[in-house]
Ligand binder design. Sequence first.
Ligand code: CP3
Length: 339
Amino acid sequence: MTNATTTAVAKVLKGGKNTPPPIWLMRQAGRYLPEYRQIRQHFKDFIEFCLQPEAVTRVTLQPIQRFDFDAAIIFSDILVIPHALGQRVQFIEGTGPVLDHVDWATFLEKAEKQSVLPFLSPVFDAIRLTRQALVPEKSLIGFVGSPWTLACYMLQQGKVKDAPSGNYSPPFINSLLRILQKHCADFLTAQIQAGCDVIQIFDSWASLVPHPYQEDYLWKPLQFITESIQKKFPHIPIVYYGRGVNQFYPTLALRLPGICFGLDQTVSPEWAALHVQTPVQGNLDPERLVRGEFKDSVERILDFLSLKPFVFNLGHGILPQTPLENVHQLVDQIRNKTY
Ligand code: CP3
């Protein structure tokens, strides 16, 4: 067993020493890596792939072996929860996720009584295997999608275009979110018990929530999840990545003590350094990494955000067309700078 507070990312997110900042990249295991594409072709079905502990361990470790990142993020997907609840998820090449149509009344009734944990037990096996293979200083990140972001995919069957709140009543959406928040907390708890020492909540579609509903759809479910984790595991840092809602982080930090924030690329490092009073993670534009035009942006991010507890990351997931050489240069720039 490693002491959770000793891994590189956990240490910084708990307010520790920072320079050079630890680095990992959102979606770091994936199609930009030839070794990922090689394993991927052996699995027709993506979810099935996510439930093979040995294959998951191998792809989780690939970006660490290639780039020596400071954290591994367990290879899985936010959509394993709807799939475990009985809404089948398929990934279609060139289209993305496609979720089955379900009868919502029957679905909610069943989902309320169910546990997702037995179905997801291969994920916990993969976490145990990955932890054994990682050196003790590297962090192992577990994650979930936020209830709202999961609901966006579930209610629109995979094609998220706009807020599903137009077509479904607030009481219905609230009951779906209340059910999902419990499954998210259970899933994170089990990931921590299996060996994850940092967790991240992906809220990629947070900006779609109409302002009057933010409280019910975003902040209450987030509070439920963070409080249930913090009660059981006060030493585990929690990162909330809310794409498009970074301006709410200063007030959210007061309301949810102990939470850390993932910044997207829409906020300036200057603003974040001044206004976000928690450890942060971010926020290079992934398009810049593709184009190889990132030196100045990275310098600015480091100059402003290294003043506080800070983990280097992208503002969103790494893109499949990212040249590997650019990732090597990025890591070198961060580690070789004089702080
Ligand atoms: O390396 C890692 O970061 C761990 C693995 C991981 C995946 N998805 C693997 C994946 C993580 C953390 C995710 C999170 C995720 N999944 C999010 C939140 C982050 C974000 O990007 O906003 C979301 C919204 C999803 C849902 C999802 N999964 C979509 C929309 C797609 C299709 C588009 C795409 O990027 O391919 C996926 C598929 C997916 N998830 C792939 C991978 C490696 C590609 C599938 C393949 O290899 O065929």
